[in-house]
Write a protein that binds this ligand. Structure first.
Ligand code: A3P
Length: 301
């Protein structure tokens, strides 16, 4: 049954507590305090590679690219979550059970920086995307995963109100990006933009490979960049859309998970006022950190 805010359908979330800080985090209904505690107790290994993000900013795309680079262009051989655990969903034990004898373990998480298990030798990739496209993508995400959110009828204006207040999973987009941006120059971190990946996928793949280790970048460039070209193809929107490995739930045919994959789709879904609300929030909450300028070089207005 859908929850209602007045007479509006809203997604159902639970608030779970991180005990050290006392902070509460929104999760989709069904997550439990023991799932959260378990994920927080995971101890990062030196060889771990974390793919981190706020929801709907290109996480799946980045996971696929990282996997392909680390596995010499061999595709993920089954459902994604069987090979790349989602820390807060799968918990410590399952994450630990992922074999890392031959290849480093890749771990996906939407945790804010403060909750991510830290290890100075592990690697942390963070991807983000302009808030208007991230929000629109989230709107279709909520509608598509109707069993999880029970809000397939949610109005975009209702969801935006929650999004602006940070009352959606992983709380505020703006806080999340601000926190991770402060760590963009950490020696074991890389901060990526979805829009750069769209504009110049090849170059970003090379940058990611270099971050993962010089040997990966060198291998990509062997034989005139044969492996690089293969990874560009296997991580393209059309190729990823043709596969059904990205999630385990059923979605309606007209709400695919690999949905549109463009920059600027918000223009088709937000009113000028809704777009301005997100622009203004970015200007206000991103001023001190500087994230308000991250998308200046892309024509997003
Ligand atoms: P849209 O809903 O705007 O299409 P996440 O993986 O963090 O949930 O992000 C999902 C978004 O990334 C969706 O955006 C999805 O279509 C997009 N995406 C996934 N694979 C992509 C690819 N290869 N190229 C471009 N966008 C991709």
């Amino acid at each position: 049954m859908a929850m209602n805010e007045g007479d509006q359908t809203v997604p159902t979330y639970v608030k779970l507590k991180e005990h050290e800080s006392g902070l509460e985090v929104h999760f989709p209904d069904g997550f439990t305090q023991s799932d959260f505690n378990s994920a927080l107790s995971y101890r990062a290994k030196d060889s771990d590679v974390f793919v981190c993000s706020y929801p709907k900013t290109g996480t799946t795309w980045l996971q696929n690219i990282v996997w392909l680079i680390l596995h010499n262009g061999e595709e993920i051989p089954g459902k994604l979550r069987g090979f790349i655990p989602m820390l807060e969903f799968d918990g410590r034990e399952h994450t630990e059970s992922i074999d890392d004898t031959e290849f480093p373990r890749i771990i996906k998480t939407h945790f804010s920086h403060m909750f991510v298990p830290k290890n100075p030798k592990a690697k942390y990739l963070y991807i983000t995307r302009n808030p208007k496209d991230a929000f629109v993508s989230y709107y279709f995400h909520v509608k598509g995963f109707s069993k999880l959110y029970k809000a397939d009828e949610v109005e975009i204006s209702t969801l935006l109100r929650l999004y602006m207040k940070g009352e959606v999973e992983h709380n505020s987009y703006f806080n999340h990006v601000n926190e991770w941006y402060a760590h963009r120059n950490d020696p074991n971190a890389i901060f990526l933009l979805y829009e750069d990946m769209k504009q110049d996928t090849r170059n970003v793949i090379l940058k990611i490979a270099k971050f993962l280790g010089d040997k990966y970048e060198e291998t990509l460039m062997l034989e005139n960049g044969k492996l690089l070209e293969k990874i560009v193809k296997l991580s393209s929107f059309s190729h990823m859309k043709s596969k059904t490995i990205w999630h385990n739930n059923k979605r309606p045919h007209d709400l695919p998970f690999i949905r549109k994959g463009t920059t600027g789709d918000w223009k088709n879904h937000l009113t000028p006022e809704q777009a301005a609300a997100l622009d203004n929030a970015l200007a206000e909450y991103g001023k001190e950190s500087g994230i308000c300028h991250l998308w200046d070089r892309f024509n997003l207005l």
